[in-house]
Design a protein around this ligand. Sequence first.
Ligand code: KIV
Ligand code: ZN
Length: 512
Amino acid sequence: MVDKNDKSKVIIFDTTLRDGEQSPGMSMNLKEKIEMAKQLVRMGVDVIEAGFASSSPGDFQSVQTIAEKIRGCTIGSLARASSDDIDTAWEAVKSAEGPRIHLFLATSDLHMQYKLKMTREEVLEQAVLMTKRAVGYCSDVQFSAEDATRSDMGFLATVVRAVIAAGAKTVNLPDTVGYATPEEHEAFFREIQKRVPELESVVLSSHCHNDLGLAVANSLAAVRGGVRQVECTVNGIGERAGNAAMEEIIMALYVRKNLFGVTTNIDTTEILRSSSLLTRITGVKVQPNKAIVGENAFAHEAGIHQHGVLAKAETYEIMTPASVGRKASNLVLGKHSGKHAFRNRLSELGYAMQGEELDAAFRQFKELADRKKQVYDKDIEAIVAKEAVQVPKTFTLSNYVINSGNTITATATVSMNRDGRLSEKVARGAGPIDAAFKAIDKIVGGQFELEDYQISAVSEGEDALGDARIVLKSGSGGTFSGRGLSTDIIEASIKAYINAVNKMYYEEMRHE
Ligand code: KIV
Ligand code: ZN
């Protein structure tokens, strides 16, 4: 939990489930959000912004469930500076171990004039009134001055002073449109503290967007400028070009502790797992050369570099792969391994599975071990992550037959069960996968379209496990990602498609 008095620590405020999730293609269902939240706690984040409770009934339910289920960190909900939003945010977070209401109101002339259509006086009054309303519910209130970096410094200082007097315990000054540069951002935070000495008694926070590719640099500059809370997201997901990437901030503070002189509560060895879990849930991969979590972040290709690293790792490595949770891919189990060995390996990898969840994962492992000679940690993690976010299976695959070749039109026959009833359809397509998807569409009916499809190998070797990711867009505009694993890429693709369809049905049923 947050220790607001420990000034040697920077509080890590994760907004993957709010600012991250609201960006296109990143939507997650309730189970996925809970799984992500559990991993964030395992990693040691201090605050989880679980969503924006008043933005939709689904968001409200997600925030409320996370507040009820997740322990070990502060859980917040975003709220506009309006009575309804604040009441709803409190209703959603009140059962958390440490609830937080995070209200925001824009302070730049541009936003006030064109978006809010409010004068400075009205904004000041509303900020104070709504902060007091939130404080009436909750002792942990955060106020964000949206577009702070493009606000008039004098007016911003007045608002900050007023919301502190009204009871805000954290003041966040976002670079909402990613406009700042590092030197400027450090000076900005120094200046506001000079003008508002009361900031000494609360937590000052930064929230940077990446429109100019400077979100991490600006967040680090903010730390140099005296902020004690940094808002960020896993893999840097978020509005437009994204938010500041948590893994990069954490490792910069860790590797260059001599420069920053602060630490965090984060267990850095959980970084890669958090990144991979998010990728698996959303289906959106990070670029191979992405700092810290990219596939090539620790790969040394040049001979001279390899030689240096072998002689002494520090020649070309400023941090070890192990420090971010990257392990050498190792052979773990085979087809003769039993459930006991499987469970032991899972717990060594940090997963505590039991009951039906464990049985389902073990069944998948056995199927895989029958088809694949060597089962790696990565394969097991892929199975586990998929099982953990499983939704009710409205549709299940019974069997499929595909006829395809370079001189004929591909034809697929797919049989699926829906609540015990078998249905079979035939379709032709531009290739075997297209034909299979069209046959599934005929069985499922409904309004949705394929938005994205990717396939990759989980581990090495000719018999590698294929990992298919599908994103479907429903008629109502929601996106649903599905995953399928198999050593056969057509089967992996079909499974992924059905998984995405099941998520769409699960979400629709939840709303009904
Ligand atoms: O970017 C921003 O200004 C925000 C606020 C709502 C905190 O996300
Ligand atoms: Zn933001």
